[in-house]
Design a protein around this ligand. Structure first.
Ligand code: SAH
Length: 372
């Protein structure tokens, strides 16, 4: 079957930001530091400040000689992103930040605080090349990949805000990361993986967030899912299935034309087997599109067959994007859908939908800012 829309698997190289400490290996940091005429041990000290103390401005690094702080700043800490808009809801416990990157592209991250955890939803690309018709980001196409620094900085700023009590609810800790913002993380594989290693390495090599608390969400790039499984990490995999049959999924998730439902579920099963973790299946429920009782039955059957007990379905009520004809399924239809999937022996729950009123669905804030 011909691919109905143009998918973009590779991003233009132009526009990538200047190199930041978080883009560098430990050896590269050491080289940069000695290049500035400083002794090598300063490299360690600076990395400890950044990953351990979440500091990114050498002017506040009092253990560095004052005369060196400006040159360290210039060499290792270019300003990668500036907040241009921040909106909150849920009594301040959900906060969405829109950032402008050095080349003017826009990027979003959302922080959601719960009684027992705080989850940051981060972006892996500026825009997205996967063209899913119900998703705001998918409509704008792919601008470029984010650098490791741009991914890691989203996490560092939120972790510092939590620690310093700048989020409603007092001082706390950032505990969970989900790659469910803009972009297809597995299409920016190498940088996303390097970022995950930095996010999860114990301080002072990284931020020390548990791999088990990091979720990578993908449209289903089957070979990349297998590759991720072979990394032998314990991050959670979420697959945006949204449909159990190829005919409709070809339309809803156009990359399905390349890797079918069967191929995606086989890759997900491989991931479950290698990681020992349950795979999350994301299902945005869209009125009169993918919400039929027979599709719920088929979804449950196929998941049971492919993944056994190593699966959980998250139903997400569709968050309508401006200009789209897609809408959420009515509540009784949703309830029946969930009931039927559960009846097949596959645990299925409705995803908490925080942030609807702040346009927190994928890409919506950036779309508003661009005047779309
Ligand atoms: N590209 C990755 C991650 C980003 S999107 C992926 O597709 O998994 C994170 C999740 O939000 C995906 O499941 C995506 O399909 C879903 N999503 C996108 N737009 C949505 C909308 N308008 N309403 C509900 N869910 C949406």
């Amino acid at each position: 079957m011909a691919t109905p829309v143009q998918l973009q698997f590779s991003a233009p190289k132009k526009g990538m930001p200047p190199t930041h400490l978080a883009d560098m290996t430990d050896d590269q940091v050491r080289e940069a530091v000695t290049g500035l005429g400083l002794p090598g041990f300063r490299a360690n000290q600076i990395a400890r400040q950044y990953y351990g103390r979440l500091a990114a401005d050498p002017r506040s690094m009092t253990d560095l000689p004052e005369a060196t702080r400006d040159s360290v700043r210039e060499a290792l800490f270019p300003q990668l992103m500036t907040p241009v808009n921040e909106i909150s809801c849920d009594g301040g416990e959900t906060r969405k930040t829109l950032w402008r990157l050095h080349d003017g592209t826009l990027l979003e991250s959302v922080l959601m605080r719960y009684p027992d955890r705080a989850t940051l939803c981060i972006s892996s690309q500026a825009g997205c090349g996967m063209a899913c018709p119900f998703c705001a980001t998918g409509q704008g196409g792919l601008d470029r990949n984010l650098s490791v620094g741009e991914i890691v900085e989203q996490v560092r700023t939120a972790a510092a805000d939590m620690r310093d009590g700048r989020v409603e609810g007092g001082e706390g800790r950032l505990t969970n990361i989900v790659f469910m913002g803009m972009g297809e993380p597995l299409a920016n594989y190498k940088r996303v993986l390097t970022a995950i290693r930095r996010i999860t390495a114990p301080a002072p090599e990284g931020f020390g967030i548990s791999q088990r608390n990091v979720t990578v969400s993908t449209v289903g790039l089957a070979p990349a899912i297998r590759k991720l499984a072979d990394e032998e990490m314990s991050v959670r995999l979420a697959v945006s299935l949204h449909c159990p049959d190829d005919e409709l999924r070809d339309e809803l998730v156009p990359v399905n034309n390349r890797w079918s439902v069967t191929e995606v579920l086989d890759a997900a099963a491989y991931y479950a087997e290698k990681s020992g973790r349950r795979v999350s299946i994301e299902y945005a429920l869209i009125r009169d599109m993918n919400d039929q009782p027979w599709r719920a039955d088929l979804l449950g059957k196929r998941l049971k067959r492919a993944l056994g007990s190593k699966v959980h379905v998250n139903v997400i009520p569709l968050n309508p994007t401006p200009g789209s004809k897609c809408d959420a399924a009515p509540k009784p239809v949703q309830d029946e859908f969930v009931r039927r999937v559960n009846a097949q022996g596959v645990p299925c729950t409705v995803r908490d939908t925080r942030g609807q009123e702040i346009a927190a669905a994928c890409g919506q804030l950036a779309a508003e800012e661009r005047g779309a």
